[in-house]
Design a binder for this molecule. Structure first.
Ligand SMILES: Cc1ncc(COP(=O)(O)O)c(C=O)c1O
Length: 395
């Protein structure tokens, strides 16, 4: 193993400006200000594991970057990873490639529903969920989460009502949930599973954050709940968030049902997406085969950042509310004690505090007065950003 956790230094500042980074180089166009400290889009300010970098460099030295294939070893690395991380037994033929989780969700929506059908989501939720449904002529059906003291739960009564409507064909689950940071428990997911079986609604389970789960919480793969698996499901995964390789456009779907898999593969073929990012395939394989020690160390660092964030908010921003996330490197800040509308909050964060966070309203109307912060950065940067907010609130 190349990445011994003792050698890792997540505190080391890595300059990302000038690398074509969406997070750092696009702040002018995104926030209208070049002065904000960016803690928005969900990538990390850390170097990927050395094993990943080494693999990419080694391959880059071969001077030909032509069409490539996903080798059997790629699928094997996924099978082994899913077993080790999530104790889920899958078969290689269930794996279908995709250039990203969002495109894969769209392919699945196109394959498993008809125009006009309803797709249920649980806002506040990852913004592209809304667009993936609406832009493909399906109806957005909201089953809003309910918050008790900032801790979000599923409204099962409302969910059952939505599932019972025969027009609603799919539930798009965010597991773990972005932005509220819930790692849905086995009990919660079993309830969802039973309801979806009852009303014959397929579940699209976005599990891109499944490896990023903190102490005491355990990720449950939704599809693993069935006997032997839930065939009414598609699971979306990638090494992109876990190992910071989102720029390599590589993800995969796990589809146990051969009929559904056939339908989705037909969409993949129709759009000529049966192609791979050469480096993404190799990086994913290397990460899954050699990145476990790195991930373990990363989770310690991230959880410490989550603790620092929560403690800072509690002691220095007492009217802002936050609940420590159970998973993901994102936290959901409630500024409603200060701002009753998002425009005022966004203007404050950008122009006064000079921090670039994700506007709560992009996560649905339930996000009014909230902002999402990405804490996958060096502790000094995180504390610097929080201090900017503290000082701006005091003005
Ligand atoms: C829940 C969720 N799904 C999907 C994505 C993006 O996936 P991709 O870049 O592979 O399309 C993100 C990125 O933040 C996410 O949070």
């Amino acid at each position: 193993m190349r990445d011994s956790s003792t050698k890792l230094d997540f505190d080391k500042l890595i300059i990302r400006q000038g690398t074509g980074s969406r997070k750092w180089d696009d702040i002018g166009s995104v926030f209208g200000s070049k002065e904000v400290l960016p803690l928005w889009i969900a990538d990390m300010d850390f170097a990927s594991p050395e094993a990943v970098t080494a693999k990419v460099i080694e391959r880059a030295q071969h001077p030909l970057y032509a069409y490539n294939a996903r080798q059997d070893s790629f699928n094997q690395a996924i099978v082994d990873w899913v077993k080790r991380q999530h104790d889920w037994d899958i078969e290689k033929e269930w794996i279908v490639q995709a250039p990203g989780v969002v495109p894969a969700i769209i392919l699945s929506i196109l394959a498993l529903s008809e125009p006009g059908d309803g797709v249920i989501i649980q806002p506040p939720v990852y913004p592209p969920f809304f667009a993936s449904i609406k832009d493909n002529n399906r109806a957005i059906v909201e089953n809003p989460l309910v918050a008790k003291d900032g801790y979000y739960e599923i409204d099962f009564e409302d969910l059952e009502q939505k599932l019972a409507n025969p027009k609603n064909k799919l539930l798009l689950l965010c597991n773990p949930h972005n932005p509220v940071g819930r790692v849905w428990t086995r009990d919660e997911l079993t309830k969802v599973y039973n309801l979806c079986q009852k009303y014959k609604v397929d579940v699209l389970s976005d599990e891109i954050h499944s490896d990023l789960v903190y102490g005491g919480h355990k990720h449950t793969v939704f599809a693993s709940l069935g006997t032997p698996v839930c065939k009414q499901s598609v699971t979306f995964m990638a090494a992109s968030k876990t190992f910071n390789i989102a720029g390599l456009n590589t993800s995969y779907m796990i589809i146990p049902c051969s009929r559904r898999r056939g339908l989705i593969e037909a969409e993949v073929n129709r759009l000529h997406l049966r192609r791979n990012n050469l480096f993404g395939v190799l990086a994913t394989e290397a990460a899954y085969q050699e990145g476990e020690a790195w991930l373990k160390a990363l989770l310690v660092y991230l959880e410490n950042n989550a603790d620092i964030l929560v403690q800072f908010v509690k002691t220095k921003l007492p009217n802002v509310k936050v609940v420590k996330p159970e998973g993901t490197f994102l936290a959901w800040l409630d500024f409603r004690a200060y701002f009753d509308n998002t425009e005022a909050l966004d203007a404050f964060l950008i122009n006064k505090a000079k921090v670039g966070l994700n506007s709560g309203k992009s996560f649905g109307r339930q996000g009014e007065g909230f902002a999402r912060i990405n804490f996958a950065t060096q502790q000094a940067v995180l504390v610097g950003a929080l201090t900017r907010i503290e000082k701006a609130l005091m003005k």
